[in-house]
Design a protein around this ligand. Structure first.
Ligand code: C2E
Ligand code: CA
Ligand code: CA
Length: 712
């Protein structure tokens, strides 16, 4: 066997192949293929002996790009370098073939010296590279691994103390999107391409490495002008990668001022720098500076004392009331955490929640907030106050915690409360990240009786198209909707979203309400609830307690409105009003308003209501029925009741969000009347009165007829 390396020459034109063979046959064993398919066949059989491929681009059957593609798919490219031949100066196809994983290219017509040299170099490079320990190099791109980069950087810094160096960290902001759109392989090809471009701008005593995913890191001798120049060209060149998408490259720079710092800390500083320009249009270079340093120190201080803070109860729960727009009464509240730090003073959650979300401490803090919230509610209950549901924020980390449901149920039971006392606010973006898992978890929560509010609705890009699959009860509009300009356009969007929500039977909360004008607008759009500085800021529990006592929607609202049942009174004791609704607040509004006239009984779904009706049919004067409920909805309940004649004497008032379709459907199923949510006290009083009286009269008449019949 000879000592020569074997190469494969692929070209459809015989003259070209012969020309190359003549040039190379003294130094190499040569295999030939006259099209792409044949090339792949030969490669498959001889992959262990072929040292390099010289590949023509334009060929019948399978062209050069196709061959590169197949080789990459068969994982041959890291071992077998490919030199592409193209017409001299055809830059587009040269770039394209590099992006497909080629190692180099040759211009036609061939210059014998260049051909020999390139081939020799490329084979030599691969041979030495494969000798280098796998771990030292990034296997995909061939640049240094993080560990090797760090080790080599330390060495260089040690030996060139007089020079100024910078760590440059790169980020491709929309890399994930690129992979989603064009596939994992295109992503890999881009990285290989980018590594080549970066290496081109790395001189002796400078380094290039890959940290993870799409993040490369450079050690560059620092000269501002030339560095910026290089980065400029790198951005442009990488954007020539043939994919139909503008790649958003960003660089974070840390200027090394002491070699004593750990590599990890240096790279981290470059990362912090790049984070400051994420999502910012037009800026792609950022330096680590004093401002970032101060923020880092501040954050470190916060992290150092968070555990003590929980033990010492430095965290306080504030409550911001939610108002029912119709009656302008308190219909709920949101629990919001505050940190009263012994030295730093009063801190708003914006300063520490994002930190706790990244280090996981948020689960501890949220547990604390839920527990405090429940203990306040328990206290109000014991004092006999009219309690409205209070919502707590649930961070996405909480939902991924497998013990989440046990934890929150444990807290609720400990304080003698029910899930319905608590609303859970889950931010919209949590749903878009991992919709399937979140939806499953939220379904379980709903079955347990929790009311789910989707927080910050409209801030992410989920949303409208998956809205009807989501197991939620209430949409909480992102503050941006009302706080932006109230031009016609945004106005239309807002009103569209509110009507859409109502159509799907979600109640709507608007937050960040600061002006009378906003209130007016939302009222015209039939929004149910509002939360904002206009009515009240978040406040300590003692103050909220006063709001609860003085302005609760559950304080009897019907003063001055009297029902008149005297002339048809035929029961000795009051009849029953059966209230069926999964939202505790809706039930409470009705029961507190009508408890003077009826014995009010509450059920939270159709199935429970049906059980009750079977037992007490004769005592029920009226059923107030919500349509959308878990377990059994209002429509199904009406169908069940219609099956049996013996329930036909009980009037049913459907309580709906005012969607014409469902009202129509309800009438078809035997509803007597309907009232729209949010409730208007005057209207609801009249409807109930009319319906109940009409049915009583009819019953009295029927009785009379019966009597007459039996007499005659
Ligand atoms: P969020 O859930 O969107 O809460 C609403 C924020 O808007 C609150 O800020 C509230 O004080 C503020 N706000 C209410 N009305 C108005 C208004 O009329 N104008 C303006 N400009 N702002 C208004 P806050 O209390 O600073 O909370 C910020 C965020 O921190 C919350 O946003 C929430 O995401 C998070 N957060 C607060 N407490 C907790 C908690 O206990 N656990 C978790 N996981 N997150 C919390
Ligand atoms: Ca919230
Ligand atoms: Ca919000």
């Amino acid at each position: 066997m000879s000592e020569k390396n074997t190469i494969l020459i692929v070209d459809d034109k015989e003259v070209n192949r012969e020309c190359l063979i003549k040039l190379l046959e003294d130094d190499y064993n040569i295999l030939e293929a006259c099209d792409g398919e044949e090339a792949i066949e030969i490669l498959d059989k001889n992959r262990d002996i072929i040292s390099a491929v010289v590949l023509d681009i334009i060929m019948p059957k399978l062209d050069g790009y196709g061959v590169l593609n197949e080789m990459s798919y068969r994982k041959m490219l890291p071992k077998i370098p490919v030199i592409v031949t193209s017409v001299d100066g055809d830059e587009a196809s040269e770039l394209k073939s590099l992006s497909f994983g080629a190692s180099d290219f040759l211009g036609k017509p061939y210059n014998p010296i260049i051909v020999k040299k390139r081939l020799q170099n490329i084979i030599h490079l691969k041979e030495t590279a494969s000798l280098v320990n796998y771990l030292q190099m990034d296997t995909l791109t061939g640049v240094y691994s993080k560990e090797t980069f760090s080790k080599k950087t330390k060495e260089i810094l040690k030996h060139s103390k007089d020079k100024k160096y910078a760590i440059v960290y790169s980020d491709i902001e929309n890399f994930q999107l690129l992979k989603d759109l064009f596939g994992e392989k295109t992503g890999d090809n881009l990285l290989v391409f980018m590594a080549k471009v970066l290496k081109h701008y790395v001189n002796d005593n400078e380094l290039c490495g890959r940290i993870e995913n799409e993040h490369f890191v450079l050690l560059k001798e620092y000269d501002k002008k030339s560095l910026h120049n290089d980065l400029d060209i790198i951005v442009k060149t990488v954007n020539d990668f043939p994919v139909n998408m503008n790649l958003r490259l960003r660089f974070g720079i840390y200027l090394i001022d002491t070699a004593k710092m750990s590599m990890h800390a240096m790279i981290n500083r470059a990362i912090l720098a790049v984070d400051t320009i994420k999502g910012r249009y037009g800026r792609y270079i950022a330096y680590y500076d004093k401002e970032i340093w101060e923020k880092q120190v501040h954050e470190q201080e916060i992290l150092n004392c968070m555990e003590d803070a929980i033990k010492e109860e430095q965290f306080k729960v504030y409550f911001q009331p939610k108002y029912d727009l119709n009656s302008e009464k308190v219909a709920g509240a949101e629990a919001l955490v505050r940190w009263v730090h012994p030295e730093k003073g009063f801190m708003n959650p914006g300063e520490f929640i994002p930190l706790f979300e990244t280090n996981g401490f948020i689960t501890e803090l949220d547990k604390f907030v839920w527990d405090k919230t429940c203990s306040y509610i328990q206290g109000w209950k014991e004092k006999g106050y009219p309690i409205v549901p209070v919502s707590v924020n649930v961070s996405r980390t909480d939902i991924y915690n497998p013990d989440f449901i046990d934890i929150i149920m444990g807290i609720i039971n400990k304080h003698g409360l029910k899930p319905e006392n608590i609303h859970l606010e889950i931010t919209e973006t949590a749903y878009t990240e991992n919709p399937h898992q979140i939806i499953e978890e939220v379904k379980k929560l709903k079955l347990l009786g929790f009311v789910i509010e989707m927080d910050d609705f409209g801030s992410g890009y989920s949303s409208l198209n998956m809205l009807n699959e989501l197991p939620i009860d209430i949409l909480k509009l992102d503050m941006g909707f009302v706080q932006g300009d109230l031009s016609m356009n945004s106005n239309n969007i807002l009103s569209f979203i509110i009507s859409l929500a109502k159509w799907m039977d979600y109640a709507v909360v608007a937050e960040g309400i600061e002006t009378e004008e906003q209130i007016q607008m939302l009222r015209n759009m039939d929004c149910n609830f509002v939360q904002g500085y206009y009515y009240a800021k978040p406040m300590p529990p003692e103050e909220f307690e006063r709001h609860l006592v003085e302005h609760s929607i559950l304080n009897n609202d019907m003063e001055g409105l009297e029902m008149n049942f005297s002339d048809t009174e035929f029961r000795k004791s009051p009849g029953i009003m059966l209230i069926v609704d999964d939202l505790v607040l809706n039930r409470k509004i009705l029961s507190s308003s009508f408890s003077r006239y009826f014995k009010t009984v509450e059920k939270e779904n159709g199935a429970e209501a049906l059980e009750y009706i079977k037992e007490h049919a004769d005592e029920i004067d009226v059923i107030m029925l919500d349509l959308v409920m878990p377990v059994m909805d209002g429509f199904t309940l009406m169908k069940q009741l219609k099956l049996e004649n013996k329930y036909s004497h009980i009037p049913i008032i459907v309580t709906s969000q005012g969607n014409d379709k469902s009202v129509e459907k309800s009438f078809a199923l035997g509803a007597t009347d309907f009232v729209e949510k949010p409730y208007n006290p005057r209207i609801i009083m009249h409807r109930v009165q009319n319906v109940v009286m009409a049915y009583k009269n009819a019953r009295a008449e029927a009785k009379e007829n019966e009597k007459n019949d039996s007499v005659s």
